[in-house]
Design a protein around this ligand. Structure first.
Ligand code: NAD
Length: 443
């Protein structure tokens, strides 16, 4: 007989909301919890706190079929569920280590309200050893309550990418389940039954290994991006073309073409914090992952190199106006967390530039993230308005609509003709034929 597990997800942010919604779409009954009342009130009305393609329809559909519920009442969610995912944030502290206060607070709450056997699943990205910390917090509170409920802790890291989160969750390359008991691992397979039946590879291991897999994977990808960025910088000096280098490298099955796109540096809510956290964990244990220490530094340098690229081409930026296209950390998201644009725009403003910005989804978030340079920026309605009377156009994030712009129209309305393509989405020759001075990254 198929046993349908009752699931709740604590933390309805990017990961929690996507995971909860997709699990509901797998046919499970899911309660999504958040302590942000405003967020939950919105979700109950079908208003999403984030922009993620396809997610609004999936939320509405599963709410309609009463498989997906939203609440701020963690007690009720814990009592009614057998499997409880923790999907709260693990932001970086000043020293780069991951702040576990949200995860451990949720662990406390779960222990306070437990009324029987529970599988507590860590989906947040957490330092190695966190599963054991969660176990201790829960054990201590159950002792205080003088109750003897059994529970298991599982590490089930998430690998979804913002912008393709639904596809990634429903078609993962692998599902990692770190557990100390066969019982918990088998319950997790019930939860992911749809994927299991579809022959998605499952990696079953212990909790510490599962926690390590997530950091090792993210840090590797960040390192790969940084590697091609540094190769790109060298390409510029030696007259090579990084696009061709990356294409040829990517054809090598041992390398693969993914994450070999030169640009202004990685950003987002994961790579910057996870690389710093991994370096920090290694230091704590008296080890050094020097490649990742360097990756972190090189990624910072890359953002400043982009500013220098613009400054050295144009000369003084005092009184110059730049049309900035794309400021989210990548396309198809409204997320600006650690976006390279934050450093680039701040530095350009310091150099005296005025900026006309267009991004299809970032207007709201940019209002507070760019508050410190508000006198230097203006948000525009589209890519063309953002380039009226500008000295230069700067593509920072490669939204699809920037890939096929009417270059004649842009040229006509711009004051000068600098074209900075920090994502290499245009061919230099074509842009130059239209009368622009083209600058890519490593081309
Ligand atoms: P987020 O900030 O978007 O969401 C976290 C949510 O948790 C917020 O809505 C917050 O209000 C809620 N929350 C905090 N404390 C709570 C509590 N005590 N009770 C209930 N809700 C609470 O974060 P995110 O981007 O979803 O990331 C969550 C975790 O997943 C992080 O560890 C992150 O590294 C990891 N992760 C993120 C991604 C991604 O692309 N965003 C991908 C893979 C893994």
């Amino acid at each position: 007989m198929i046993y349908i597990r009752k699931v709740s997800v604590i933390g309805s942010g990017y990961v929690g909301l996507v995971a909860g919604t997709c699990l509901a779409d797998f046919g499970l009954n899911v309660i999504c919890v958040d302590n942000d009342e405003y967020k939950i009130e919105g979700l109950k009305k079908g208003i999403l706190p984030i922009y993620e393609p396809g997610l609004d329809n999936l939320v509405k559909r599963n709410m309609h079929y009463k498989r997906l519920h939203f609440t701020t009442d963690i007690k009720k969610a814990v009592e009614e569920s057998e499997v409880i995912f923790i999907a709260v944030g693990t932001p970086p502290k000043d020293d780069g280590s991951a702040d576990l206060k949200y995860v451990l607070k949720v662990a406390e709450d779960i222990a306070k309200y437990m009324n029987g056997y529970k599988v507590i699943v860590d989906k947040s990205t957490v330092p190695i050893g966190t599963g054991q910390k969660v176990k201790k917090v829960v054990t201590d509170i159950l002792k205080e309550r003088v109750v003897d409920y059994k529970f298991d802790v599982v590490s089930n890291p998430e690998f979804l990418r913002e912008g393709s989160a639904i596809h990634d969750f429903t078609h993962p390359d692998r599902v990692v389940i770190g557990s100390d008991t066969k019982k918990a691992a088998s319950i997790m397979k019930d939860v992911y039954r749809v994927l299991y039946l579809n022959e998605t590879p499952f990696v079953e291991t212990n909790i510490e290994t599962a926690e390590m897999i997530k950091y090792a994977s993210n840090a590797f990808l960040a390192m790969k991006i940084t590697y091609i960025n540094e190769v790109a910088n060298l390409c510029e000096k030696v007259g090579a073309n990084v696009q061709h280098v990356a294409k040829a490298m990517g054809r090598d099955g041992r390398i693969s073409p993914k994450f070999l796109h030169a640009g202004p540096g990685y950003g987002g809510s994961c790579f910057p914090k996870d690389t710093r956290a991994l370096a920090n964990i290694a230091r704590e244990y008296g080890e050094t992952i020097s490649l990742i220490e360097e990756t972190v530094k090189a990624n910072e340098r890359q953002k400043f190199k982009m500013v220098e690229k613009i400054r050295s081409a144009i000369g003084s930026l005092e009184g110059k106006t730049l049309g900035i296209l794309g400021i989210t950390f990548k396309p198809k998201t409204d997320d600006m967390r650690e976006s390279p644009s934050l450093v680039i725009l701040t530095e350009l403003a310091k150099l005296g530039a005025k900026m006309k910005i267009f991004d299809p989804e970032a207007k709201k978030e940019s209002e507070w993230r760019l508050e410190h340079i508000k006198d230097c920026i203006e948000f525009c309605e589209d890519e063309y308005e953002a380039n009226i009377n500008t000295d230069a156009l700067v593509i920072i994030t490669e939204w699809h609509q920037f890939r096929n712009m009417d270059l004649d129209r842009l040229k006509e309305t711009m004051k000068d003709n600098y074209f900075f393509d920090l994502r290499n989405i245009y061919e230099k020759e074509i842009v130059e034929e239209k009368g622009f001075k083209y600058f890519g990254v490593g081309v």
